[in-house]
Design a protein around this ligand. Structure first.
Ligand code: PGA
Length: 244
């Protein structure tokens, strides 16, 4: 089996103005030849400018969402092709904040991922249980169900990354135990259509806990929110992944 690629992905969420492109520039300078993929997903308003800022460097740029159709009368929405045209190479899809805030179903996520693939983007598909689902012993059923319904036909290691993000761990400073992360990642790996698809963990990854999370067998990297906003913090996480 081909080994999955390591990836450190930063999700800036609804944070970042042009002044913050300094952070992307600093990251590109700090990691001229990283031993893992390095990706920043800024808000859509910064994608083109960030792509220019890091042009020629190892840092890649991605979007945080795209529409499920290729084009048309969808005021305020952004298509996968528009992201690619702006310099994005990846797009995060099905993040729990979009599933919760915008009622996105796994079926919709699969349709968006198909659009991403058609536009030549790598889809980073997020799955994860709520705290109530974990307490009810439903974690594996929920995440495997989301995985099966969120992956479009043709998903493989070249066009898809999967991120396990327990909803209760996002932005809370709480993380699952290492055996809990391992259990979910082992189950996800066993159910991927292509065993070489990269599996990221996300939810309160920080410089202080990154190394122990990256030491888990089926963890190929991280999707990082808050700690990706500052190059100094994200850089420590990238360094931990390089060493893993
Ligand atoms: P966090 O967010 O690192 O701030 O917990 C992770 C995510 O939502 O991708």
């Amino acid at each position: 089996m081909t080994k999955a690629c390591k990836l450190a992905a930063g999700n800036w969420k609804m944070n970042g103005l042009h002044a913050d492109l300094d952070q992307a520039r600093a990251l590109a300078q700090a990691f001229p030849d990283p031993a893992c993929g390095v990706l920043l997903c800024p808000p859509a308003t910064l994608i083109a400018a960030m792509a220019q800022t890091v042009e020629g460097s190892a840092v890649m740029v991605g979007g945080q969402d795209c529409h499920a159709q290729a084009s048309g009368a969808h005021t305020g929405d952004i298509s996968a092709q528009m992201l690619a045209d702006s310099g994005a190479r990846h797009v995060i899809l099905g993040h729990s904040e979009r599933r919760a805030d915008h009622g996105e179903s796994s079926g919709l996520v699969a349709a968006k991922a198909a659009q991403a693939h058609a536009a030549g983007l790598v889809a980073i598909i997020c799955v994860g249980e709520t705290g109530a689902e974990r307490d009810a012993g439903q974690t594996l059923g929920v995440v495997l169900g989301q995985l099966a319904a969120s992956l479009p036909d043709g998903a493989d290691a070249a066009n898809t990354v999967v991120a396990y993000e327990p909803v209760w761990a996002i932005g809370t400073g709480r993380t699952p135990t290492l055996p809990q992360i391992a259990e979910v990642h082992d189950a996800l790996r066993a159910h991927l259509p292509d065993g070489a698809i990269s599996l990221l963990y996300g939810g309160s990854v920080k410089p202080g806990n990154a190394a122990e999370i990256f030491a888990i067998a089926n963890v190929d990297g991280a999707l990082v929110g808050g700690a990706s906003l500052k190059a100094a913090d994200f850089g420590q996480i990238i360094s931990a992944l390089e060493r893993a």
